[in-house]
Design a protein around this ligand. Structure first.
Ligand SMILES: [Zn+2]
Length: 112
């Protein structure tokens, strides 16, 4: 993957303003509890992602979707349907704290 350098102005245009950690957690919490599909990167709130393309050899299919801003893996295809980090947050290394959930809410979510 080639990395292009963008100016601050261009970044602002592409990604919008960076939101504060607390506001992001509130947003994450809302999204995951409502099971909405207005998905964003849980780490930075950015809505833009980049796919790596298939990184395995055919007929295998292994592909990652990385956040354009912080490169957090927001979704993956691993010989599977598209799985977003919102569907199984712990598999993507997210914690209750990242999502703004209490321990109980988090446990309930994983029991689904
Ligand atoms: Zn991000």
């Amino acid at each position: 993957m080639t990395k292009k350098a963008f100016s601050r102005k261009e970044k602002l245009f592409m990604f919008g303003r960076r939101i504060s950690r607390n506001r992001l957690r509130v947003k994450n919490r809302k999204l995951i509890l409502s099971k909405g599909n207005d998905e964003h990167c849980p780490k930075c709130g950015c809505k833009s992602s980049e796919r790596t393309g298939n990184m395995a050899e055919y007929p295998q299919h292994w592909e990652k979707f990385l956040c354009r801003r912080c490169e957090f893996m927001v979704a993956e295809i691993d010989n599977s349907p598209y799985i977003s980090c919102w569907e199984s947050p712990d598999d993507f290394g997210l914690t209750a704290k990242d999502i703004g959930l209490t321990k109980n809410e988090w446990d309930e979510l994983s029991n689904d």
